[in-house]
Structures are given as C-alpha cells and as structure tokens.
Design a protein around this ligand. Structure first.
Ligand code: WT7
Length: 658
C-alpha cells in the first residue's frame, strides 16, 4: 500500500448529504477540533459518558494514580445488560426489532429467519440470568465460558452474564478443543455454554464433541449447558451436562433478575487474543469506559439512528462482534442483522441478498470479505438492489485501494462514506476512522483516517520519538482512553511488559503506520510475530506449537506471506524428526493436523521441509530472516546467525516449491 499514490478524487462532492448527519470538514479543520478535544483532558469524555444511564454517577473521571492500570469513571455504578436491554424494553423501543437473525440456509433444510424485539430480548436475557443465578449459583466475581455458533443464544448469554456481573469469555466457534481448554483454565470458568453443533457451509461443526474433548483437561468447569441447534446425538454426562431448553422450561416466562450494580471499572469480559510469544492473552475489558467508547463510536463512526438496519458481518467470537454486534448497537437501541454460516454460502451473493431483503443501511465488513466478493465478480452484486446502504466501513486488516474502489463503486455507488476503521481487541472500540466525531473528513482509498475525538495517536521511531510525516514507524496511543484494557487476566506484569514498556507511558500497539500531511493514519500491518489471516489474529508461535505436537515434526518456523484474498497466510518451514520419511501426503497431513488442533482459520500457503532453520547462537529462531527470504525482501544483517547456510536452505526450499 502506498500513501504516495496520487489521490485527488473529489469524494467530498460525491457524498450525498441527506444520507448523513456528519458535517463534512477539511482535514485541517478536523485537526483543530481534535486538538480542542485533547485540550480538555480526560474531562472531554464526561459529556459522552453522561448520556449513558448510570445507577450512580462517577466521582473521578480518570484515576491515573497507578499507571498503566488506569480506571475510568471511578465510583460510578452501571450495568451493561441494563444499558442494552432494560432501557429499551422499558421504553418506547419495546416493540422495536432488536435482532433479525438468519440461520444458515443449508440446502435441504428450512430457511430460518427470527426477529427478536427489545421486549423479547429482555425476557430471554432475564430468564437465562435467572437460570445462571438460581440454578447454577453464579454471581459477581465468577467467570463463565461461551462456545456457541452465531445463534441468538450467543448474545443472550453474554447479556445475561453481564446482568449478574459474571465475567464471560467467548471462544470463537471455529477454535478447537485445545483453545477451549486453555481459555477455560486461564479464565477459571465454572460453567460452559455450548451447542450440540453449529452450521457452517452445509456441514455441522460438532461443538459438543469438541467440548467433551476440551473438558478432559479443564480444571474448573463444573457444568455444561447445551443449546439444541443441529439436533444430532451428543453425549451428555450425567450431573454435568444439561440441555438448555430442558432447564429453561422450568423458568417462568416473566422471570426478572435485578441487574447487578457493577462498578465502572469491574470486568465485563475476558477475550483472548494472540501476541508475539506464549499463549493468547486474556484481555480484560471493564464496563463504564468500554460502554462509553462504544456509545461514542456508534454515533461517530456509524452515525447510528433509529431508522437504521445495522449489519456487522464479523463473528461475535472476535472483539468486533462483542463491540459492534452485541454491546454497541443494542445500547443504541438499533435494529441489526445477525447471521449464521458464511457470507458466500450457499451462493456467492448470500450477503447481498441479506442486505437487500433486510434493507441494511449501515454495513460493517472486512477487506477479506470484499476481496472474496471481487473474486466472484460484480454480477453477484449488480443483480441485487443495495440502495438501502448509506454508510460503510471495513475493519480487521489494511484495505488495498483496489478493493476499496471496487466496493465503493459497486455497493457505495460512489456516493456514500466508506472507511477503514482501525482498532484492535485491546482498544475495545474504534480509535481511528474517517468519521471520527460528528464530522467526516474526505475519503482516500486505503487510509484509516485521523484519530477520533479525545484520542491521541502518533507514530514513533525506535527511540520513542514522533517521526516526520510520511515516515514509517510504530503506531502508539499517547494517552489513556475509555475502553482501554483493565489488564491481562491473571498476568498484570505481562500487560505492562507488552504494551507499556517499549515506550514507557505510551500504549504500544504493535502495528506499523504512516501519518500523512493531512493527519491521516495509514496502518501498514503488524510489526511483530502476529499474523492476520483473513483478518483473524493468529500468533506464529501458536501455529508452531501446533505443528510440533505432530509426531513427525522436530522444529518449525512459521511466518506470514502476502495473499491476494486473505491479506496474509502462513508459510511453515519444518525440520522433521530423525527417521521420518518424507511421504508425499505428509504436508497435507500436517495442514489437517494443525486445522484440527488449532482451528480451520489456520491457512497455509505451503509447508516446506528443511534441514536447518536460521537461528541465533543462543538457539532462537530468527523469523525475521525467514520472513525476508519467504517474501523476497532484504535479509539485512545476519551476522548473529549461528549458521549462515540455513538461509540458503530456506531459499532452496522456496525454489523447489515454485
Ligand atoms: C489488528 C488487531 C479491531 C477489530 C478486528 C481486529 C489490524 C484492524 C485495521 C484496519 C489496518 C487493521 C491491525 C491491528 N487492523 N483494523 N482498519 N486497517 N489494519 O482486532 O484481532 O485484535 O487485530 O488488526 O494490525 O493491530 P484484532
């Protein structure tokens, strides 16, 4: 991606003002408005937070007495389930549709569409909360796990847990047993909610079987609740496992559970995400600051209104879904789409048909999805009416200008805002976007735009000094913001080390970025050993550990290489155990092994067998060198290598592959 690219398109004039509440301003004017927001300090956020319904107002906006463990809106009491459900169910939005849910339209089954109003949602959340509290004794301070497909029970359980002040951890239903077990153990979850199975591309993902396997190595799970979704036979362990519909049938329809008055800085959820080394980190998000950021960005980035149909195409298992399917849109009382399955199954235009049938007006999707649609061709879009859409954003990875232009033309009809919002699991919500307040700045294909009001982003060099415009460096956030993590669950030292130590006092993001002369940020990709395969964040370390669990593998190095559709895919270099013969089917077997043991989101371009890997004298694999060779870039200084011939070894393996 290039920022030097000449971008002189009059996108400003193309925007249809009647579709938008934002004021379109020049980058210079926005930067002044932004500066004024920063001048107010943390107090800037008070007027946003005041729009939430607090049980008890906060006493201190920002407690910065113990950095980097910042606390927002201290003294305030609030409940995320109350904000998303009660407020609307007890008000004029009671009969408004909250969720339009579509099941996967598998070929020989019914096409299911369910609509839940805010009152329906309120009833279900209360009944589930009642069950969790009365039947399972869960309450404040407890943790529970959720491993569900994209069915209404998923948000319902999250909201029910939030109601009780029970911290939950959602495991993406594409992850395998090991990931479930690791997360349940780290979170010390007592209860796990799952389904018999989930639908994905016409096939059943056997979630309960995976849970059974995971529970062989968990220590704290006492009970499992099983949602009946696919209906296949599953093993139910007596005394531990129960079907949800059976236990729920005993809960009265009008069950009511008082929402717990939780402290603003109490944990709402733990979400595991990959880092450079070690197992995934449990990012802990609190309630008050997090909900404040979501409220701000639902208004700013998405301009959300009551007449909108909002659709975020992510899976709730990732932070995008937590923030912009569950907590953000529901807090705003929006109507939104929830879908099970895949965007392009059974036909490449399933997603366009959802937009058309439900009149989606605000669309939030990903570059990988867009590039997949490009591959299928524009005829799948042009045969549908997408004129309901009035605003779009993408998220998850950098968007290449070609994909941006294609989507802007075909779906945006070159008249509506289309941005690439930057944020990450740790930030809780959107921090960089072309709609960074009640303002919009002119679009540029591929940019992320300026930081939102109240957020100080910058680009630093290795010495921790801001770099000049148009210079590549590290993206940082220079001040605390509402929605920032509380900590890493059970590992506060790691929280300090990973995010706050590279540049003391400043939040280190782990992305490369460039800031242009208009103050727009262009996020270039990860600066560490983290992959973004189809927007999914995967640690190279995790794929390497998955590989070396195979009996044929002695050592493995995994790096990311560019992919035209997925943005990036993995490439592995493997040293086999002595005596292993290189069978022709071994590569395939290893790929299958990793996908089974880690999850199908692991996509490899190729697995190469080598005799040596580039290592330092202390035996650390130099992935930087492996990646440089694999991507054909400058290898740089290799004097610290133990054996320079190892570089040749990688080169040879790649040539054989070509
Ligand atoms: C990483 C965070 C935020 C929800 C989804 C991902 C990359 C995210 C963009 C964007 C360029 C982006 C960054 C970041 N990223 N959005 N609009 N343009 N890169 O959350 O799984 O925590 O991943 O995704 O590299 O560090 P995540």
């Amino acid at each position: 991606m290039t920022t030097q690219e000449e971008i002189n398109l009059p996108f400003n004039e193309m925007i249809e003002p009647k579709l938008l509440r934002h004021r379109v301003v020049s980058p210079q004017l926005y930067s002044e408005i932004h500066k004024r927001s920063l001048d107010q300090g943390p107090q800037f956020w008070e007027s946003v937070a005041r729009e939430l319904d607090w049980f008890k107002p906060w006493e201190k906006t920002l407690d910065d007495s113990n950095p980097p463990f910042y606390k927002w809106f201290v003294g305030g009491e609030v409940n995320a389930s109350y904000l998303t459900v009660d407020r609307h169910a007890n008000g004029w939005r009671r009969n408004k549709v909250a969720l339009i849910w579509e099941g996967e339209p598998w070929s020989d089954g019914p096409k299911e569409v369910k609509k839940l109003t805010y009152l329906d949602l309120y009833r279900e959340v209360n009944r589930v909360a009642y069950l969790l509290k009365e039947e399972y004794g869960l309450g404040k301070g407890d943790t529970m796990g959720i491993y569900l497909p994209m069915i209404p029970e998923l948000p319902i359980f999250m909201l029910a847990a939030a109601r009780l002040g029970v911290a939950f951890t959602v495991v993406f239903s594409g992850f395998s047993a090991q990931a479930v077990a690791d997360r349940m153990n780290d979170a010390e979850a007592k209860l796990l909610v799952t389904a018999d199975g989930g639908w994905r591309r016409g096939k059943v993902v056997p979630l309960k079987d995976i849970v059974d396997k995971a529970l062989e190595s968990t220590k704290t799970i006492r009970n499992v609740l099983v949602v009946r979704r696919t209906g296949q036979e599953v093993r139910m362990e007596k005394g531990r496992d129960r079907y949800l519909h059976e236990v729920l049938s005993k809960v009265p329809q009008n069950a009511y559970v008082e929402p717990e008055r939780v402290k603003s800085e109490d944990p709402l959820y733990i979400l595991y995400t990959s880092g450079t080394t070690g197992k995934p980190k449990g990012i802990v998000h609190g309630v008050g600051g997090y909900m404040t950021l979501l409220h701000a960005t639902m208004k700013w980035a998405f301009d959300i209104r009551d007449e909108d149909v909002f659709w975020c195409t992510a899976d709730i298992g990732w932070v995008t879904g937590h923030s912009y399917i569950v907590f953000g849109p529901l807090m705003e009382g929006a109507t939104e789409v929830l879908y099970e399955g895949a965007l392009d199954y059974p036909e490449p235009d399933r997603w366009v048909s959802i937009v058309e049938r439900h009149n989606v007006s605000v669309l939030y999707t990903s570059p990988t999805a867009i590039r997949t649609f490009m591959k299928y061709g524009e005829q799948w879009i042009t045969k549908h009416d997408v004129s309901s859409v009035r605003l779009m954003h993408s998220v998850g990875e950098p968007i290449n200008p070609e994909a941006w232009r294609w989507f802007f033309k075909l779906v945006g009809k070159e008249r509506i805002p289309f941005g690439s919002t930057w944020w990450m699991t740790e930030t809780g919500g959107i921090l960089i976007t072309i709609t960074p307040g009640s303002y919009m700045v002119p679009m540029k294909p591929g940019t992320n735009g300026p930081p939102i009001l109240g957020v100080a982003a910058n680009v630093y060099n290795d010495e921790g000094k801001p770099v000049p415009e148009e210079t590549k460096g590290y993206l940082v956030i220079e001040r605390p913001w509402p929605g920032m993590p509380l900590t890493i669950h059970r590992d506060p030292e790691r929280y300090v080390k990973v995010y706050w130590s590279k540049f003391p006092g400043t939040f280190y993001v782990g992305d490369y970025a460039v800031k242009d002369k208009d103050g727009y940020f262009w996020i270039l990709g990860r600066a560490d050993e983290v992959l973004k395969i189809a927007g999914h964040r995967i640690g190279t370390y995790e794929l390497e550990s998955a590989l070396i669990q195979h009996p044929a593998v002695a050592e493995a190095a995994v790096v990311g290489v560019p992919d035209p559709v997925r943005g990036e895919v993995a490439e592995a270099f493997v040293i086999l155990r002595g005596g292993t013969s290189v069978r022709p089917e071994l590569k395939e077997e290893l790929v299958k092994f990793v996908r089974e043991n880690y999850g199908p989101i692991a996509v490899f371009r190729e697995i190469h067998f080598v005799n040596k890997l580039p290592k330092t004298r202390s035996g650390k694999i130099m992935r930087r060198v492996v990646r440089a060779v694999a991507t054909g870039s400058e290898v740089g200084d290799i004097t610290s290598l133990e054996d320079e011939a190892s570089v040749e070894e990688i080169r040879k393996a790649l040539q054989e592959f070509k």
